[in-house]
Design a protein around this ligand. Structure first.
Ligand code: FUB
Length: 320
């Protein structure tokens, strides 16, 4: 099938697609958007999701199989609301689903659930990952077997509340020429269920080697981290949030520092933009979302796919 700018899933609203190749097929782990009467606000309260469906595709452009509910909010003992953007990983015969949600105190944490099947159902651990906070987990298993969890998001994602390493409800996004808030990364333990090391900051530098500035809203990290590796280069891509771009940075190391490398996607219909990048049958793809299926309602989004091309220097371009 030919790739077109049409939603891959139309019987549900879906967003934040994390794409992986498991068992020779493409699997999508998106958020499952739902109708709500909550008014849009800068904290994202309108994104009030309560379960995850897993989808699979043989052909990148569809059709898509909906494998049904893989995990429900009520089955995660520590979570109170807002099942936001998840990710999945495979290691040693088990599949892992990483999920951000607010805990009973309203603080975003990241939990993990596991299954012997890529489509689930997943069984959640009773507590969130110790030392985790904020949103948008992205798991990455490197060729050497080491696994990492990248995460973080500002504003509704609360990363500004963790600038000292402890939760400060008064935390604000910095302004002006100071360094922007950095996304976070932690190495995962071999069972994939805990952090093996203290959480670190992921440095994103400009072309002069200086950290991106807080007032550089066209380039600074906002949310939606994704990591992929191609030809020995580690690509850290993310959303700039209030300027609505998907951008990326490159490094020779999974832990950075990363150097800003360019823009991947211009703003789409709807406030949020979010993505994943995956190689499938020799080509690279960007799975992302917009709000076209709902006529532009920010919290009712739909997953789409585009092809990516790389130049000889490893720079990326999304094909129209
Ligand atoms: O889907 C809820 C939130 O919206 C995600 O966690 C963010 O990345 C944004 O897409």
């Amino acid at each position: 099938m030919k790739i077109t700018d049409t939603p891959l899933v139309t019987h549900l609203y879906t967003a934040d697609p994390s794409a992986h190749v498991f068992e020779g097929k493409l699997f999508l782990y998106p958020s499952h958007d739902r109708e709500t009467t909550i008014q849009d606000n800068d904290l994202g309260d309108q994104y009030d999701m309560v379960d995850y469906h897993v989808f699979s595709l043989e052909d990148v452009a569809g059709p898509v199989t909906d494998h049904g509910i893989a995990l429900a909010l009520g089955d995660v003992p520590w979570a109170s609301k807002q099942f936001w953007a998840p990710d999945a990983a495979f290691r040693d015969g088990r599949y892992f689903l990483y999920l951000p949600a607010r805990d009973k105190d309203g603080i975003f944490r990241i939990g993990v659930a596991s299954s012997d099947r890529p489509e689930g159902p997943f069984k959640a651990e009773p507590e969130p990952i110790k030392g985790s906070y904020s949103i948008d987990p992205c798991s990455f298993v490197d060729d050497d077997g080491r696994a990492y969890l990248y995460f973080g998001g500002i504003w509704g994602g609360q990363l500004q509340n963790w600038q000292t390493g402890r939760y400060n409800p008064e935390g604000k996004e910095p302004t002006g020429a100071v360094p922007a808030i950095s996304p976070r990364v932690a190495k995962l333990s071999t069972d994939m269920k805990s952090f093996a090391e203290p959480v670190r900051e992921v440095q994103i530098l400009d072309e002069h080697g200086a950290p991106l500035r807080a007032d550089d809203h066209d380039r600074r990290f906002f949310e939606a981290a994704w990591m992929h590796k191609r030809n020995g280069i580690y690509y850290f891509s993310y959303s700039t949030g209030d300027t609505h771009f998907l951008v990326y940075a490159k490094s020779p190391s999974p832990l950075g520092p990363f150097t800003y490398a360019g823009r991947l996607l211009e703003p789409v219909i709807g406030w949020t933009t979010h993505h994943s990048i995956v190689e499938y049958r020799g080509k690279w793809y960007l799975f992302h979302h917009d709000a076209s299926l709902s006529g532009g309602r920010n919290h009712l989004r739909c997953v789409k796919v585009k092809e990516i091309a790389y130049d000889d220097d490893g720079n990326m371009r999304v094909l129209p």
